[in-house]
Every structure is written in C-alpha cells, then in structure tokens.
Design a protein around this ligand. Structure first.
Ligand SMILES: C[S@@+](CC[C@H](N)C(=O)[O-])C[C@H]1O[C@@H](n2cnc3c(N)ncnc32)[C@H](O)[C@@H]1O
Length: 535
C-alpha cells in the first residue's frame, strides 16, 4: 500500500518571494523531484521493493501476469492468422522493477504456447529499466536463467525520457528505427505515473501551466532521496501558456477537448509518455500493442474540477497516469483503445492496439475481454484486500479457491499458512492432496525477491503436519540449504522424524545430533539417539 499521502499545496494568488534563496520556480516536468526520483531508483536497485516500500503486489502477482500473457498470446495468434509466423515479436517491458512480473508472464506464456500446440511467431521478452542495478540483478536471477538460455529473454537499460534505441545486453544486438517486422508489444505497469508529466490548468477555456515552487529543507544535501522527497515542499502558481493552444502543438486536439469540456481543473499531461511511445513506435514497421496498468483515468469525467495532484510517497513517489490523453492521441492515429466500461478502484488496465486494422486482432481483443474486462486484476485486488482482513475466518475450501484464483501466489501462501495449519485437523485426504499440489505449483513458478520469504520452510512444516514426510523432507532440506545461518531446532526435529518415518535412520540421527547442538537439553532427541545407538 502507498505508505503516506502528501498534499501538494496550490496557492493561486500566492505571491511567493523569489528572493528567498531556498525556493525556486520550475515547470512541473522539469522540477528537481524527478531527478531525486531517478536517483532513488538508481541507488536502491531491487531494495526499493523491500517491505513493499514501492508497492509491487498489485502489478506483479501471477493473476495480472497471466492476464497479460493471454493478451500477448492473443497477439501471437493474430499474427499467425495473418501468416506472419517467421519474424519474432518483441515484448518490451518499461520500468520492469523487481522483475517478478516478467518472470510470471514468461512462465505463463510458455505454458500457453505448449498447451495449445499451434504454430505462432517466436517471441523475445526485453526487460528494461532506468536503473542499471536492477538489470544486473535480473541477469543473474536464478529463476530467469532458463529463459535466457532459451534465447527468449534479454535486457536493456532504457531511459523513457529520451532513449531511442534498445541496446540488448545478452545478445548484444541493437534495435533501431524500422528494424522490427512484427508489431512491438509494450508493457508499462506503474510506469506512466512515475515519469515526468506536465501540469496544466484549464480556466475559462484557457490553458495555464501550473509552475511549481520547490522549497528545500535545511541541510538537504545530507538527506537520502527518500528523505528529501518527504521533506521538500511544493507550491503551485499558474502561468498562462498559449503555446498549448496553437496549431503547431502536436497534442492540440486533446488540449482542445480539455478547453471545451473542463473548467477549473488540473491535468497531468503525459508528454514524456507520448514521446516515449512514439520513439518506440519508430522501432517497428507494424506499430505496437500497449498493455498498461496504473492509477489513471481514461474517462474525461474524472478530470472535472480536479484539484492539484497528490504526490504519493513510498520511498520514491508517484502521481496518476493520464490514460485519457494517451488514449485520445493514439486513437487519432487510428488505434483501438480497450479500457473497462466500469470504474476502476485500485488499478486501471488498458490495452491499445496501435496497428493497421486493429479490429483484425480478435484474439487479442478477446483476451482483454476475458481476462481484464470481465474479471481482472482490479477486481482480484479488491477481493485480496477483503481476504487479507478476513483470512482468520476463512475455511479451507475458500482459501484453496482464492489461492487457485491468484495463480498459487507465494505471498498469499505465506500469509495463509497459519490459518491452513489451524484447519488441517478437519481436512480430508482430497483437501490435503490439493494443498500439496498447490505447494508444488507455487514452487514451480516461484520468483525469489530481494526480500526473501522462506517459502520452503513454510511448505515443509505444513507438509510435515499432514504427515507427507517425503515431500516435507524435500522442502525442509531446501530451506536449511538456502539459509544456513538461521536454522531453528524445530526444523531439525521435523527432518529427523521425516527420516525415521522414511526409514532413513542414518539421516535421522544426523538431524537429531544437529538438533542437540542447538538444544542440548532436548529430551526426546536424547532419548531417540540413545535408543538407536544402543540397538
Ligand atoms: C513504480 S516502479 C514500477 C515497477 C514495476 N513495473 C511494477 O509494476 O512493480 C517504476 C519503475 O520505473 C523505473 N523508472 C523510473 N524512471 C524511469 C525512466 N525515466 N525510464 C525508465 N525506467 C524508469 C524505476 O526504476 C522503477 O523500476
């Protein structure tokens, strides 16, 4: 969850003294907050996602990834139906962050292609980010190695503010203007809300820029980026900006819509996002498919009388994305924009087919209808919030259903093991088998984050409670090998019992001795060792 919400103060009539040395005036998109934000991501690397400082669950869980995999698979089928099966389709994820989303998409997409068994074009997924530290960490992440080895995953440092080519790190290829013969798939989650935007104000049919005055705290040089963002003060002042209304302005039509339909409203205007999409568009001869999720409205009604934006702090900060402008600009170029017909609560997922004859892309459109519009990541997250609050009163079948719905998500498993454990005494064989199957599926698609959860330990203990000794032993041994420093005596005890049950007496004694090193007075262990040694 967003850690704190901070109001930006707007004072239209304020006569802020420019003589005060620690206050300066900027266009919003050029304010220093953006550089502080870049510094934050570049310095923190994957640690930015520890303790959910920067939230990731909502945009990176297996359910949203599966929905994207379905849309990408839809596009591959649509291209196959057009007879374009030989050239590879590139999928570029902007600001791929912790990397968990990309892993789940690749896992699901490969499974879909294998399951259906029809010929589709080859694909390559390119994880990109501004922060080189992220890229270096993805490159050596164990879960990504099989995809790198198959040649379907590559990486690039791509700065959305100005980069024009993709320099791929593994293959060392460079993708330049016009190189791609298939449409480019662009994925952007929690991204357009994190890159610079213009801040405009509409009043009496005229456009103003809302300039920002930045006031730094004392000794700001000594602060970390996250502390500085927390302590900096921002105030706004309007400045008439007729250049947005002129014929030559590239997004004049969208601005005209705002002038006509809005009054006394603030608008975050996504010039950087639009130019970034245009730069990426140039790479392909066939256009692009944009799949994107964010806090951001595509309906004009939500802009009416909008207050100045809120800077939402979470180590870095984010605003909201202006999907209305992105949609309108791309539609003017002939694109088909798919957004839900209902209102979103936490995350708005859009799919924009920016290609010739977009209605031809029926499998892509169907996938959007089935996996986003009908029931998608936003609905799932609302349910997840309810489940988080009510887990203690949920029954085993409800927990299993929700776990299955969420694609056997590791985080939900960690959250629910205590409740599952408390329900085990009434669980029948079938339910216990389903728990085992869930654990196996989870493990086959588990992406370890910088902040580790000991999934193997939790799985091993639960399986031990279900007297599934072979499987329990497997997971508990994985757990002790992964974290040799923090092994608790219970794990050795459970391992010893598993080994006794499996008639592996040598191993059982070995684990009992390890247990006694940690807990020399453990009477049961002493007695068991004594019994076996005296036989
Ligand atoms: C809020 S995080 C979202 C991460 C991920 N997509 C997710 O949903 O969890 C924003 C990401 O964009 C990256 N980023 C910020 N500014 C960028 C820029 N100008 N160009 C490329 N990436 C940028 C950050 O490093 C970070 O990984």
């Amino acid at each position: 969850m967003r850690a704190s919400v901070r109001r930006l103060f707007y004072r239209e009539q304020d006569k802020i003294e420019m003589t005060v040395t620690n206050k300066q005036r900027y266009r919003f998109s050029e304010a220093p907050i953006w550089n502080i934000q870049r510094k934050y991501y570049e310095e923190e690397g994957l640690k930015a996602w520890n303790n959910d400082q920067v939230p990731q669950y909502i945009t990176c869980n297996p359910l949203i990834a599966a929905a994207y995999a379905e849309m990408i698979f839809g596009l591959l089928q649509d291209r196959a139906n057009k007879g374009d099966n030989s050239e590879p389709v590139l999928i570029v994820e902007l600001g791929a962050g912790a990397g968990r989303f990309a892993f789940h998409v690749l896992h699901e997409l490969c499974q879909l292609i294998d399951y259906v068994g029809i010929a589709v074009p080859p694909f390559r997924y390119i994880m990109t980010d501004l922060a080189m530290n992220n890229i270096l960490a993805w490159k050596k992440h164990p879960a990504l190695q099989p995809f790198i080895a198959r040649g379907i995953l590559d990486f690039a440092r791509f700065d959305a503010v100005h980069d024009t080519v993709l320099n791929l790190i593994v293959s060392e290829a460079t993708i330049r203007k016009g190189d791609l013969k298939q449409p480019l798939v662009i994925v952007a989650n929690y991204f357009f809300d994190s890159i610079p935007q213009e801040l405009l104000y509409v009043g009496e049919g005229q456009i103003y820029e809302a300039d920002v005055f930045v006031e730094y705290p004392e000794r700001s040089d000594s602060l970390k980026p996250s502390e500085l963002l927390d302590q900096i003060s921002l105030h706004y002042e309007h400045r008439r900006a007729p250049e947005y209304e002129q014929e030559a302005y590239p997004y004049r039509d969208v601005i005209a819509t705002y002038r006509e339909h809005l009054e006394d409203s603030h608008i975050l205007f996504p010039v950087t996002a639009l130019t970034c999409l245009e730069r990426l568009n140039q790479l392909s001869q066939e256009g692009f498919l944009l799949i994107t999720a964010d806090k951001g409205d595509h309906l004009l009604e939500n802009f009416k009388f909008a207050e100045p934006p809120e800077l939402i702090l979470h180590g870095s900060f984010s605003l909201t994305a202006n999907y209305h402008a992105i949609q309108q600009v791309l539609q003017q170029n002939g694109a088909l924009a798919l957004f839900p017909p209902h209102h979103y609560k936490n995350i708005n997922v859009g799919c924009i087919i920016h290609m010739n004859t977009p209605m031809d892309y029926s499998q892509t459109r169907l996938a959007y209808r089935r996996f986003i519009e009908r029931f998608g990541p936003d609905e799932f997250f609302s349910l997840k919030e309810w489940v988080d609050r009510n887990l203690d009163s949920m029954e085993l079948q409800q927990i299993l259903s929700f776990w299955r719905l969420g694609g056997y998500d590791a985080e939900f498993f960690i959250q629910s093991t205590k409740q599952i454990s408390s329900l085990l005494q009434d669980a029948n064989d079938e339910e216990q088998q389903d728990i085992l199957q869930g654990i196996q599926l989870l493990w086959s698609s588990y992406y370890v984050m910088e902040q580790r959860y000991d999934i193997a330990l939790e799985a091993g203990l639960l399986l031990f409670e279900m007297e599934m000794y072979e499987e329990s032993k497997r997971f508990l041994e994985i757990s002790i090998h992964e974290d040799q420093e923090e092994i608790v005596s219970t794990v050795y005890y459970c391992l010893a019992i598993c080994c006794f049950e499996l008639e592996l007496e040598e191993d059982a004694l070995k684990y009992m001795r390890e247990l006694l090193k940690l807990e020399p007075d453990h009477e049961e262990a002493r007695a068991l060792i004594h019994r076996f040694e005296s036989v």
